[in-house]
Design a protein around this ligand. Structure first.
Ligand code: MTE
Ligand code: CO
Length: 424
């Protein structure tokens, strides 16, 4: 291989940046260095190039490379007292595209992971129905099924940040979210099979785990886009995510997505009068509360660079990347600021744009090595703009831990390290 080939920049010339309309005016440095002569990784044959590798079937269920061992869900010890009623976080800064790999989807359990043999699992429909029914997993798989991509965000995501910047990494500030393609049966078909009485207005799904979690969901939502799902990203749900069956409640807060789903009761009023004043509400400064805040409003975060993903390559071409989502539909635009919200540039959305699913954005800049105050703000198809944290506080005070969709700021320093900060 000649020096010339090696030193050619892979597509990232200033011309390429200009063509994409994203060059910032500073001359773009070439990516890739002309150091082929002295680099043993180029001049010497390496072991992996010399010896046969392991054959097929050495990894019957594949796992990531050993060099990716740091890409894992992580928890924050002081956040909860016991691991059975706890949460861990998706490593958003290590991912790309719009799909969360199954092994990296954050977990939130109130009574630990139920281990259920699908042959022993049942789903019962009772209450205000013509015929109470019990389904086996096999029964459910005889209904017409659909494939849909949705994000799931816990209402408490970013909750620790209400009062000021706290946790140093988007994994911890924004990692109570995953985005998965579900395969399942529309809940509507199952409810219709049992026959809903005319006075039926609510459903109460219940989990088979030790917490036997239940939630009240209005019938309108149940008949709209909810799924009873048994697959995620093509394979069976993971035990952590509710194997063998979970409820999918698109765009609505995570606690309603009952895992290990074993029963759905149909009724004429909500069951959770008490929860409605604690779980389903955001306490306002005035002492009043916002009720029935089920939808997760538009939100976004820059995942790279971020505190756990500093800039290690110095100035020059820099890919700023992140994710955006809205419980009200599609994301139509994401703006990125590098100066703490004074100026904004519209980022490039890339990959599928699906309603109530994660979206991926990029802004390709030429970093001059100076400090950045990186922010992103999302807009959804209803024209809703993600608010600043101070706008949210002005509207809701600081008593809540739920539904914090405020704009996140990362301070990128000249040495490439990144810190969670707030700008006023
Ligand atoms: N369902 C049951 N049965 N038990 C639970 O503890 N936790 C809820 C919801 N469904 C929970 C449950 C909460 S608060 C959230 S945010 C989501 O599941 C988390 O889903 P995940 O573990 O797939 O991320
Ligand atoms: Co939750």
């Amino acid at each position: 291989m000649s020096d010339k080939t090696v030193s050619q920049s892979p597509n990232l010339s200033r011309r390429a940046l200009l063509k994409a309309g994203l060059a910032t005016g500073v001359a773009a440095g070439a990516v890739g260095a002309a150091r082929a002569d002295g680099d043993p990784l180029i001049t010497e044959i390496q072991d992996w190039n010399r010896y046969l590798g392991e054959g097929v079937q050495s990894r019957p269920y594949g796992t990531p490379s050993e060099f990716e061992a740091h890409v894992v869900r992580r928890d924050v010890e002081w956040l909860t007292a016991s691991t059975e009623s706890s949460v861990n976080f998706t490593p958003l800064h290590e991912l790309d595209g719009i799909i969360t790999p199954n092994g990296l989807c954050f977990e939130r359990h109130h009574g630990g992971i139920a281990e259920i043999n699908p042959a022993d699992h049942r789903l019962m429909i009772n209450g205000l129905v013509d015929t109470p029914l019990v389904f086996t997993m096999e029964d459910l798989k005889r209904f017409p099924r659909e494939n849909r991509v949705y994000f799931l965000e816990c209402a408490a995501n970013s909750g620790m940040e209400w009062r000021g910047s706290q946790l140093n990494g988007c994994q911890y500030t924004h990692g109570m979210i995953h985005s998965v393609m579900y395969t399942g049966v529309p809940l509507k078909l199952i409810l219709e099979e049992a026959g809903i009485k005319t006075n039926a207005k609510w459903i109460m799904p219940e989990g088979a785990d030790a917490s036997a979690m239940t939630r009240s969901i209005p019938m309108e939502k149940a008949l709209d886009d909810c799924l009873v799902a048994f697959k995620m990203n093509g394979e069976a749900l993971r035990p952590e995510q509710g194997y063998p069956l979970r409820l999918v409640v698109p765009g609505w807060e995570g606690n309603m997505w009952i895992k290990w789903l074993r029963r759905i009761e149909v009724g004429d009023e909500p069951w959770h009068q008490r929860e409605e004043t604690s779980k389903y509400t955001d306490l306002l400064e005035s002492g009043k509360a916002r009720r029935f805040t089920w939808v997760m409003d538009a939100k976004s975060v820059v995942t790279n660079p971020s505190p756990q993903a500093p800039v290690t390559h110095g100035k020059g071409p820099l890919v700023i990347s992140g994710v955006a989502w809205s419980g009200n539909g599609r994301i139509t635009r994401v703006d990125v600021s590098i100066d703490g919200g004074r100026n904004w540039k519209t980022a490039r959305l890339d990959g599928p744009s699906l309603p109530k699913a994660m979206h991926r954005f990029y802004l390709d800049i030429d970093w001059d090595g100076s400090d950045l105050l990186l922010q992103s703000r999302a807009m959804d198809e209803n024209g809703y703009f993600q608010p600043t944290k101070n706008e949210l506080r002005a509207a809701r005070g600081e008593n809540s831990i739920y539904h914090n969709n405020g704009i996140q700021t990362w301070h990128v320093k000249a040495d490439g390290t990144v810190e969670n900060v707030e700008v006023s």
